[in-house]
Design a protein. Sequence first.
Length: 149
Amino acid sequence: MSDISEKLSLFFKTHLPITQFMEMDVQSYDGQTLILHAPLPPNINDKQTAFGGSLYNASVMACWGMLYLKTLEANITCNQVVTKGSIEYKAPVQGDILAICHAPDAAELEKMLQTFKQKGRARLTLFSSIECSGKKAVAFEGSYAILSE
C-alpha cells in the first residue's frame, strides 16, 4: 500500500501548502486505516498543546485522504470536496497529531462508487479521530462529495 499512499503525500506537497506548514504527512495506510502525522511544534498554541485549527485540518484531511485513496484504488478520476464538517474537541492534544480515518464498510463504498459511475457525482460520510494518552481527544464527522472532472 505504500505506493498508493505516496500518491497522497505527493498530492499534499503539490496542491495543499497548509500540509507543508503543518509538516503533515501520511504515517501509514493499510487499505483500511489511514493515519496522518503532524508534529506538535509547528502546530502548537499558547497553551503548549495542539492548535484547534491544526486539529480540524488534520481531521478533515484524514477523511479526505481516505476518499482520495479509495478513488485511486477504484481507478476513478474525479474532483473531491468536503461539503460539511463537524468536530468535537474532547481533550487537549499534548503531543504530535495522529489523525486516524477508517475506511467505510465495503457495501457503503461500493454504493458511492456506483452512484458516481451512474450520475457523475456521489457523497460519502467519513469519520476521523485524534487520540492523546490513550483517549479520544478529537472526533470529526465530514460529508465529502466526488464530482466528475
